[in-house]
Every structure is written in structure tokens, then in C-alpha cells.
Design a protein around this ligand. Structure first.
Ligand SMILES: Cc1cc2nc3c(=O)[nH]c(=O)nc-3n(C[C@H](O)[C@H](O)[C@H](O)COP(=O)(O)OP(=O)(O)OC[C@H]3O[C@@H](n4cnc5c(N)ncnc54)[C@H](O)[C@@H]3O)c2cc1C
Length: 408
């Protein structure tokens, strides 16, 4: 394969959940696209690879429908009908609800759907089958990309080289390509670890998600299909390792202390995972023949379960920007064509990144005046129906113009 030249209109470096969705959206619009990922496709759908479950907003669900992916997922998606926000206390469990989002205040549709990451990855792999304009090259690493005046040259680990009008880095938080292109980021570590595990419980969850605030960080309980919930437990780094290393029975006992006993006896279903939590935002999303999408462009705290939703929105906006530029004969890698994507997505992502950062700071502490302030704030939101609907609307559709793929 060495030194084989391949030409595409777009090369996407990174075929994670955002990169592969972007590749599919571009290919469905007729844009010749290659997606390159360093990992074996069989490995990323293995139950041991990623135990996370993601919340898909209604806008993201409409995108999955438009791309023909929802049919592979509908049976595996758990609707979220209620979200309860409260303070938590180790040993006493959850306080009375301070804020209750009920889907009926907005209509019939659920507030979100929870889908296991591996099921979404499987749906993507099935969804790209037979899509002629899309080539998935994996496992294969992108080593570097060189931007020339009229094309970009992408060098792969095997020695193969790809030429394209545009290269998109969707290669995750540490984005080697973003670094190589010299794009700076602002950000910081939260000094928190996100502990993720699937918990079985005796009683049904009735589609209810909980977000409980403990001094060391938020503790989310997210409904999955069956009598199962996924926990995303944000814990101080110095304490998290000890919790992760507990034996199963002791770990479940710690979870039960935070969870309370409303769902009966708890059990651990499968392994535990841990993720360092940090935030970052790229200073620029585009350059000549270059763009960033997903976690390569922004990383947010999982407090509101929106990182992937923001990335999918990048993918929808970038695919629309490229397809429209192409339809009027513009060079899709030109700075003129890409400027629309930058102005469309950077402000939106900056706003959400800052909001989740502020939420995590306000809620990850036990300082009495702040705890009082947040209780008062949640009470106010809970008692003013239009304000509550505003928050539900923002979580559903985000801010600004919705890309066509997300409009339904
Ligand atoms: C604990 C936790 C819970 C979360 N829960 C939610 C949630 O409920 N809802 C939500 O919306 N978001 C959630 N998120 C965020 C979400 O998981 C991420 O935003 C999302 O996975 C980012 O996807 P991505 O494709 O941009 O990046 P990644 O998933 O990091 O994918 C990057 C890909 O690039 C590939 N790659 C990297 N370098 C190279 C290279 N040199 N060559 C080739 N390939 C390369 C990698 O193999 C990988 O496949 C959560 C995050 C955490 C940590």
C-alpha cells in the first residue's frame, strides 16, 4: 500500500462517534470522503472498550433519523421522561427534588434518549455499509497533514498518502492534528475523575434521570433499557482511584449510599471505567483546508451530558457548510467557505463550555453560602414555568440556527 495516492474531497482524521457521523453526512450529500481511524472497527464495538451511555437530545435524534441510523437504534434507546435535580449527601442519599423537568411540560416527546456508546458505534458501522461516497480506512493512523495552496496532503502510518480539498480533525480531546496545525486551546483540568458503571436495580426507573450534587462533584444516574442505570460519578482525583479499586460489593455499597434505596437492591453489571475530566476550547476552528469538529474543537464537563450532542451539531453544520459551498462552485477548503462554519459553531460551543464550567464550579462544593444560593436558584427555576421550559428548550435544540439535518 505504501505511497499509493488517493484523492478525496474531504479526509476526516478520526472515526469516533463524531468523525464517522460527519463522514456519513458528507457522503450522503455526495461528497467523496475518507474517514481514517487508528483503531480496529471490531474493537470499538466490544463491550470492554467503552462502557459509557450518551444522552441524545431531540435535535441529535432527528439527525440520526435523517442519516438512516435511528432504525438501528430505536429498540436500544431508553427515553428519558423526567430529570430530577437535587443535592446529595453520602449516607443520606438524595435530598427532596429541587428541580423537576417533566417532558409533559413540553409535549409528548421524551426529553432525551439514552443510548450505549457501543450501540451507537454499531449503528454507524451498519449505516455506512454500501454508502459509495464513503471510504473508512481503519485501523490506520494519520501521522501528519501538509496544507498546500490547492490541496492538503495527508500522511498515514502505513506510508499511504491521501490528497483532499479539506482535512477535518475529529481526532478527540488531545487531537494530534490540531497540535500539528499549531491551533492553540484554552482550558483546564477539573481535578475530577468521571467514574462510569452500569448498575442493575430491582425496581424500574420509569425513565427518570437524576443529577445529584455532592461536594466532590455531580453524581448522575441515567436510565438504560431494562432495570439498569448508568452512573457518571464525578469524584475528586485524589479519592477516585480508591473507589475504582474497591471490590464489587464495596463499590456497590458506596453507590447505594449516594443513590438511596428507592430502586431496591443494586448490583454491578460489568466493569467500571474512569475518565479524567477537563475542559478546553480551540482558539480557532478553521484554517486553509483545515477544520476541527467534536472533542478536537471543544471538551466539556459531562455534568449536562452534552459533549457528543455539541459534536454532532458540529458535524451537521460542517456537512451543510461544505455541501452548500460545493453546490455554488466554491472551493470547499477555502477560508471563505469555512468562515461560515467557524462563526456558526464557535460561539455556540464557547457558550455551552462556559455554562457547564460554571455549573460544575457552583455545584461541586459544600461551602454553605454557595449551597444556599444554588438551592435558591434551583427553587426559582422550578417555580417559574416559562424559565423551566426555556432550559428544556436549550437542552433540546441548543442556541442559534439549527443545521438542516437536525430540523427533521
Ligand atoms: C464520563 C463521560 C460521560 C459522557 N456522557 C455524555 C453524554 O451523556 N452525552 C453527550 O453528548 N456526551 C457525553 N460525553 C462526551 C462524549 O463522550 C464526547 O464528547 C465524544 O465521545 C467525543 O467524540 P469524538 O468523536 O469527537 O472524539 P473521540 O471519541 O475521542 O474519537 C476520536 C477518534 O479519533 C481517533 N484518532 C485519534 N488520533 C488519531 C490519529 N492520529 N489517526 C487516526 N485516528 C485517530 C481515535 O481512535 C478515536 O476513534 C461524556 C464524556 C465522558 C468523559
Amino acid at each position: 500500500m505504501a505511497n499509493t495516492q488517493d484523492k478525496f474531497e474531504v479526509v476526516v482524521a478520526g472515526g469516533g462517534m463524531v468523525g464517522l457521523t460527519l463522514g456519513l453526512a458528507l457522503a450522503r450529500a455526495g461528497v467523496e470522503t475518507a474517514v481514517v481511524d487508528g483503531l480496529d472497527p471490531a474493537r470499538v464495538v466490544d463491550a470492554k472498550f467503552d462502557g459509557r451511555v450518551s444522552s441524545f437530545s431531540p435535535a441529535s435524534r432527528r439527525m440520526l433519523e435523517a442519516l438512516g441510523l435511528w432504525g438501528h437504534l430505536a429498540d436500544r434507546a431508553q427515553p428519558v421522561t423526567d430529570i430530577i435535580v437535587g443535592d446529595g449527601s453520602v449516607r443520606e442519599g438524595a435530598s427532596a427534588a429541587l428541580l423537576h423537568f417533566d417532558h409533559r411540560e413540553m409535549g409528548e416527546a421524551p426529553l432525551a434518549h439514552m443510548i450505549e456508546n457501543r450501540h451507537f458505534r454499531m449503528a454507524l458501522q451498519r449505516g455506512i455499509e454500501g454508502v459509495g461516497a464513503l471510504t473508512l480506512i481503519a485501523p490506520e493512523r494519520v501521522l501528519a497533514a501538509t496544507v498546500e495552496r490547492n490541496f492538503a496532503d495527508v500522511q498515514l502510518g502505513s506510508g499511504r498518502r491521501l490528497k483532499a480539498s479539506l482535512v477535518v480533525a475529529a481526532d478527540g480531546r488531545d487531537s494530534p492534528l490540531r497540535e500539528a496545525m499549531g491551533i492553540k486551546t484554552v482550558g483546564w483540568s477539573y481535578k475530577q475523575t468521571g467514574i462510569v458503571a452500569t448498575i442493575g436495580h430491582e425496581k424500574p426507573h420509569e425513565g427518570t434521570a437524576y443529577e445529584l450534587f455532592f461536594g466532590s462533584g455531580p453524581f448522575a444516574i441515567l436510565p438504560m433499557t431494562g432495570n439498569r442505570s448508568s452512573i457518571v460519578w464525578s469524584e475528586r482525583v485524589d479519592q477516585a482511584l480508591a473507589f475504582v479499586q474497591l471490590d464489587d460489593a464495596a463499590f456497590v455499597a458506596e453507590v447505594a449510599q449516594r443513590f438511596g434505596d428507592q430502586w431496591g437492591r443494586l448490583s454491578l453489571e460489568g466493569p467500571r471505567w474512569s475518565y479524567p475530566l477537563s475542559m478546553h476550547l480551540a482558539m480557532s476552528y478553521v484554517g486553509l483546508r483545515f477544520a476541527l469538529a467534536g472533542d478536537a474543537a471543544h471538551g466539556v464537563h459531562p455534568i449536562a451530558g452534552q459533549g457528543l450532542n455539541l459534536g454532532l451539531r458540529d458535524a451537521a453544520a460542517l456537512a451543510e457548510t461544505i455541501a452548500e459551498a460545493r453546490s455554488i462552485g466554491l472551493d470547499i477548503g477555502s477560508e471563505v467557505a469555512l468562515a461560515r462554519y467557524q462563526s456558526w459553531r464557535r460561539f455556540d460551543n464557547a457558550l455551552f463550555t462556559a455554562s457547564f464550567d460554571a455549573l460544575n464550579r457552583l455545584f461541586s462544593n459544600d461551602i454553605a453560602p454557595l449551597a444556599g444560593l444554588r438551592r435558591m436558584g434551583l427553587d426559582v427555576v422550578d417555580s417559574i414555568a416559562p424559565l423551566k421550559r426555556f432550559f428544556m428548550q436549550q437542552a433540546s435544540d441548543g442556541t442559534g440556527e439549527l443545521p438542516k439535518l437536525m430540523r427533521g
